[in-house]
Design a protein around this ligand. Sequence first.
Ligand code: AHR
Length: 656
Amino acid sequence: MKKSGLILTILLSWGVCSGQQADQISVYANQPGAKVQSTMWGLFFEDINFAADGGVYAELVKNRSFEFDDPMMGWKMLNNGNGRLFIYKNEKTENPHYIRLETHHEGAGFGIMNEGFRGMGVKQDATYNLSLQARNIKGTNNRLTVSIIDSLDHVLGEASLKIAGAEWTPYKAAITVSSGTAKAKLAVISHAVGTVDLDMISLFPADTWRGRPNGLRKDLVQLLADMKPGFLRFPGGCIVEGRTLSNRYQWKNTLGEPANRKLIINRWNTEFKHRLTPDYFQSFGLGYFEYFQLAEDIGAEPLPIMNCGMACQYNTSELVPLDDIGPYIQDVLDLIEFANGPVTSRWGNIRAEMGHPEPFNLNMVGIGNEQWGPQYIERYQQFANVIKEKYPDMVLVSGAGPAPDGELFDFGWENLRKLNADMVDEHYYRNPEWFLDNASRYDSYDRNGPKVFAGEYAAHSKQDGSSLNHNDWKSALVEAAFMTGLERNADIVHMASYAPLFAHVGGWQWTPDLIWFDNLSAFGTPNYYVQKLFSTNRGTHRLPVSPKTSSSSGKERFYVSAVLDSGNREIIIKLVNFSDRALEKEIVVEGFDRLDPTAKMIILQHNELKAVNSIEFPEKISPVETVINSKKNPFPVSLGPNSFSVIKVKLQAEGK
Ligand code: AHR
């Protein structure tokens, strides 16, 4: 076969019927359209999978204040026979339990040991800050040795504390460890005959994010900061709703001294029978102040999601009667004052006392998480009436239920449209095909209705909750294809976030998740890199492209979107080739003669759709940067099989 015949055959086998023209992708750089919102690509945070306690909240001691349902969960008695221990309950305080150690013999002593969250991660030569509350009940020489030990009980570092006063007193010590392990434990041993009471036994790495006490895990926050997210949604997720209303998220209980924050069971503790996690509680050490601070640190707009008087509709569906909804609405008004109010206001003053006199600049708040039905609409309406009256510019995020289509979804949208809602949150945990088929989902959305928040999405190869869902390359690639559709519709899609965000490899309930970690390290999934490539290449205005996707009937599955970065005079083109063969394309930048002679091309690619990243191979699938020739306009690009590419080219001169 002659060469030209071969080319024609290849073109035909790709489903291209009109020759050369069909291989061109036109980017209309001379027709910048709607602004891409600064909030376009953001983060969904929920304390699921040990995301907060056991995860980004850097506390290493599990059940530090003995408040779990079983007060000794996570703790073990040491040297039984040398003493006795008792759990006391002082019902006058928020966290009423504490432990009493009665030591009967000198010498080896008597004590307790904490196992951490599937162990404690400690690093060689690093320092760990111990703190505890103690009082001396009996004895003149009460001393504690607090040791960080490894799984073979070798001491890696220790501190000694003399417990003298009869009143509760805070004690502190810094412990430097001689070698690192992911499975350390903390032993607290009393050596003298006598009795001491202990509470809030806590151990943090000294090296937290920004060195803050009660701080966050640095490596995990860094992964978030690297994404340059536009917003941070918190604290969930279903955790906002609770299995019952009494274990809904109540932000006011998460302020002030960590020791006084009332702990509750985490609703993911019991959710999945195949992933029961009996030791999952919410200490609220990471509370609303810390969430706002985190959002500020990573340059993200805060988006708190508030309970609207409804418990999770998958669980109890408890409802607050409409007549009694007032306190729930007041909670939102108070939150706005907490975030934005002057220091002279009641809640602004609490923010200032916690160390942040400046406002947190809250511009949006979610009313309910994943609610549906008439009960939601009537509650949303009451919230909106009151909040808008006082804060007309506050953007209210409402929800369209748990699915991206169907009766509940249509009902939600229809009614929220009638109520002139600002922004509607859509959730889609769907199979990979759905993501490909829905890349054009928003092309036909009403341009005059509420804006869209793609608030929770992830490609699930199996059903939700299945442990067989993986963060494989296929799931990431189809999400990239879908996200080109979000970007092309940036006039109405104002926010989007993958969900959930974090998972501990030894403590998860839900998969897939964006970032996985153990006690010492963390890695971004291929899905993470897709999100990051979009959010760090957001641009300022969307640009029309043609064609937007390949025809769905053809074998070629190809998706494209483009934005202009007006500040940098740069166009950014995102291209997804979901096929097992390379595609040769030509980019035509319409409206500009001259381009920078070289363009940057960032490629995320793997030949194996089942490939995943892991603790051992954290960057198996990660972006590779290269340079391509863009001297001529049009310029050629080669898109590898099953690849996601981002091309960045600077415009040299205007007008054609
Ligand atoms: O992301 C996990 C859960 O999925 C969220 O908590 C909930 O909003 C949705 O059902």
